[in-house]
Write a protein that binds this ligand. Structure first.
Ligand code: NAP
Length: 328
């Protein structure tokens, strides 16, 4: 049986793997079969990760984190977790390939998934003009008219990036002011190709084989109008990916995995959580990385206490002092 399995390969998962590997825990990282590297794989320049004054491309940053984890002995598996048994001293992780991996401790760092609008046409036209990833699909919209839904940093980043290809980019936002940071707002507002559609929500996405437009509804008076478009990028935030654990771990009212205080300890001893899946507030690459480090330290102390105590696993209280001392 392994000592530690890390589920997830974003900044939280890989940072946990780097720390755990350096502590000789030989972690197995389940990196996903198609989404290895997490959200930053869909990003262009990351300008705010310390240590990269000239910015770094998201995929390059993730490749470096992966290489750093492997250098210290982490094993990366490109597979998906299909089921988890977390109760009891032996944690069982079932993979898409059918393999069942066992470990004494698990770090759950599955991040978050793109939020959907939940309107007519969205599912049907996904991949036919509706996208959640500008860096993946922007290229297909050269000289086209498109829109971005949302008013946060993601929407500003996507809209600004998409002006490289599109002839015009509408930003459709449900309020009269943006949630995005000032610098991202200023960049979008200064871009001639971007036009804001304020106080508006998308009521329906139109099109047969491909997107031809959207029905925009005013959030002030409920009136509707059609806006012709060739594509729509949805950038309205993310929801924590908890479907594998929602019936096993305690969740918060915001839907994130509940952890004790500033630690990564979940409601089950030996199960730790890190990154966007526990964070409804900050959700930055750097905060996820810090949280991954804390999870690895918590897991390391848990495993050391387990070694000292022998079976059965010690309860959370026994190792709380140690883990608190280690928490960052
Ligand atoms: P976010 O900050 O939660 O913003 C989501 C936006 O979508 C908000 O403007 C929200 O409107 C809107 N929205 C949510 N649900 C909606 C719905 N059903 N219909 C229409 N609009 C909806 O999410 P985010 O922009 O993805 O950013 C997430 C985190 O990542 C943030 O902490 C952000 O700073 C960070 N981030 C940073 C960078 C960067 O620094 N380079 C880039 C991307 C993201 P309301 O404003 O009305 O709530």
């Amino acid at each position: 049986m392994r000592q530690l399995i890390v589920i997830g390969s974003g900044p939280a998962g890989y940072t946990a793997a780097i720390y755990a590997a350096r502590a000789n825990l030989s972690p197995l990282v389940i990196a996903s079969s198609v989404e290895a590297g997490g959200e930053l794989m869909n990003t262009t320049e990351v300008e705010n990760f310390p240590g990269f004054p000239e910015a770094v491309m998201g995929p390059d940053l993730m490749t470096k984190m992966q290489e750093q984890a492997e250098r210290f002995g982490a094993e990366i598996r490109y597979d998906d977790v299909t089921a988890l048994e977390l109760d009891g001293p032996v944690k069982r992780v079932t993979l898409g390939s059918g393999t069942v991996e066992e470990a004494e401790a698990v770090i759950f760092a599955t991040g978050s998934a793109y939020r959907k609008l939940g309107v007519d046409g969205e599912e049907r036209l996904a991949g036919r003009g509706v996208s959640w990833c500008a860096t993946c699909d922007g290229f297909f919209f050269r000289d086209r008219v498109i829109a971005v839904a949302g008013g946060g940093d993601s929407a500003m980043e996507e809209a600004t990036f998409l002006t490289k290809f599109a002839s015009k980019v509408y930003v459709i936002h449900r309020r009269g002011e943006l949630r995005a940071s000032k610098i991202m707002q200023a960049r979008a507002e200064a871009n001639e190709k971007i036009e804001f559609v304020w106080n508006s929500e998308i009521a329906e996405i139109l099109g047969g084989d491909a997107v031809t437009g959207v029905v925009v509804r005013s959030t002030i008076d409920g009136s509707t109008r059609e806006l012709p478009l060739d594509g729509l990028f949805v950038a309205i935030g993310n929801d924590p990916r908890t479907h594998l654990v929602h019936d096993q771990l305690q969740l918060t009212s915001e839907g994130t995995v509940q952890v004790e205080g500033r630690s990564s300890r979940t409601s089950i001893p030996g199960v730790f959580a890190a990154g966007d899946v526990i964070d409804p507030t900050y959700r930055q690459a750097i905060t996820a990385a810090g949280s991954g480090a804390a999870a690895a330290l918590d897991a390391e102390h848990y495993l050391a206490a387990l070694d000292d105590a022998g079976e059965p696993a010690p309860d959370t209280d026994q190792i709380q002092g140690l883990a608190e001392a280690a928490a960052i």
